[in-house]
Design a binder for this molecule. Sequence first.
Ligand SMILES: Cc1cc2nc3c(=O)[nH]c(=O)nc-3n(C[C@H](O)[C@H](O)[C@H](O)COP(=O)(O)OP(=O)(O)OC[C@H]3O[C@@H](n4cnc5c(N)ncnc54)[C@H](O)[C@@H]3O)c2cc1C
Length: 543
Amino acid sequence: MDFVQAGPELANQYTDDRRLRAHLVRALPSATLAAIEPDLEALGAHAAQAWRDARSRTRAEPTLTQWDAWGARIDRIEITPVWRDGAALTARYGFVAAGHDTRHGEFARIDQFARVYLYHVASEFYTCPLAMSDGAATALKASGNRALIERAVPHLLARDPSQLWLSGQWMTETSGGSDVGSTETIAQRGSDGRWRLNGRKWFTSAVVAEMALTLARPEGDAKHAGTADELALFYVETRDGDGRWNGIRIDRLKDKLGTRELPTAEVHLENAIAEPVGELSHGVRLIAPVLNVTRTWNTICALATMRRCLALATDYARRRRAFGRPLIEQPLHASTLASLHAEFAAAFELGFFAVALLGRVETGVASEDERALLRLLTPLAKLWTGKLAVRVASETCEAFGGAGYIENTGIPQLLRDAQVYPIWEGTTNVLALDALRVLAKGGVDPYRRAIEGVLRETHAHPQPIDAAIAASARWLHEHDGAAREAGARGLALTLARTFAAALLARERDGGDEEAGAALALFLDHGLDRLAGTGIAHADALLR
Ligand SMILES: Cc1cc2nc3c(=O)[nH]c(=O)nc-3n(C[C@H](O)[C@H](O)[C@H](O)COP(=O)(O)OP(=O)(O)OC[C@H]3O[C@@H](n4cnc5c(N)ncnc54)[C@H](O)[C@@H]3O)c2cc1C
């Protein structure tokens, strides 16, 4: 009657992570790794401590106070204690700045995302505004707008917490998140020459940020009226010089399934002063660099959640006994966990490969093929890791039995939080269609050549990889129109899994035994997810 089960424990999340460490040894010059390793160890220790701390306190959530005692509108948001530490940690470890640091050349993004991967779960989604800040810095730099670059970028990349700014990315409106072409916010130029925005932004996750990039429809722009190009990208500072809101009214904070520490607001813009980032059209194109960066953050954060789930579930399987032995010695439980480890290992390789590619493209050392490949792998990695994180988190709840359903074990939160990865920054379908557009333009050849390049570094060429590439090319050839769109998810997942398998094969042949075991299991699960087209039956089923 007195038995009390010991809960799971986390070791240092850097030193304990064989996948991350093996990857960094291969991907980084040894001097770079030696320079950043003390920070990675400190972040690994922080992750473990933050997990313990979170178990011993009541969870906090942000609050919005709209009115003061006398009836004045104040719209004050109080953030959680973990969020209050965010600026200091960001400045100290350069979660945004490291990605733009020229000292590490093409490896800057690997350095940055190793840090983000270790910090993410402990940050309680403070990484969401960091992702958007990184995206904003990247988009502003790409815009060539000197005044805005000088004004905002040093703050976004600051290593001094008192100078650090966060940026929002306000795209989603009630009329559309995937289809931002339906944006209703209007930009008007006043007689003073300044632009003012009026409209409603339906999801603004970084409303506590100092600035935001947002889309609006410039009024009186006869040249682009009625075309898809008519949206412009605007820069907004959220407060005026006296600290008052710049024409922003906060209607409420969203009551969300997960990411509850992240204040996501609905706001009205009422004459918010704004500056165009570039020309008064093609705003969607100008904001594209934000999306490429935030999708990469999403991939790495989804991987971080999976890694946390697996670390906890595997530790618990060693502690918990059933039917006379630890769960880890029960063949079916061990094989269930090992299957998840294999999927995670493959997704990890794809995610960090995309990160390395981003660094090569941004520093101008990438070939034309690599540029095309990044454009394809960014949505593929995001959509696959987003879905996989939900699956891994759900299996993790089950791996804890009843305890996995109990709030203060910390396990249910992992599942609720994971469900955001496939939704924001482009849903699975939207990204699958994006990948289809890339393939329609450039075909599968850059992808095929890249896999061949990866496999040149291997001894044994796994046959299922060739078979999956051939099947994908055939599928594309045989499907078009609605049938092709309807099967886009299956194609995207097949391409993502196949590329990941090639990367695992390379790791295996580089002497990484764990990668070899992961590859064997991963291939067992199959690479091909090509679908017969559901569209043929949709009418009958959805009637
Ligand atoms: C916690 C949270 C925070 C967020 N923070 C922000 C933020 O800070 N800034 C911001 O701008 N947005 C933010 N979002 C919004 C998010 O980006 C959008 O919800 C998302 O892009 C989807 O848009 P939507 O909600 O309008 O869904 P819809 O676009 O209406 O999509 C509904 C469904 O239709 C599917 N669909 C849409 N078009 C197609 C198509 N052509 N073919 C097939 N399927 C399709 C989608 O896959 C989806 O399943 C946040 C969302 C969440 C949950």
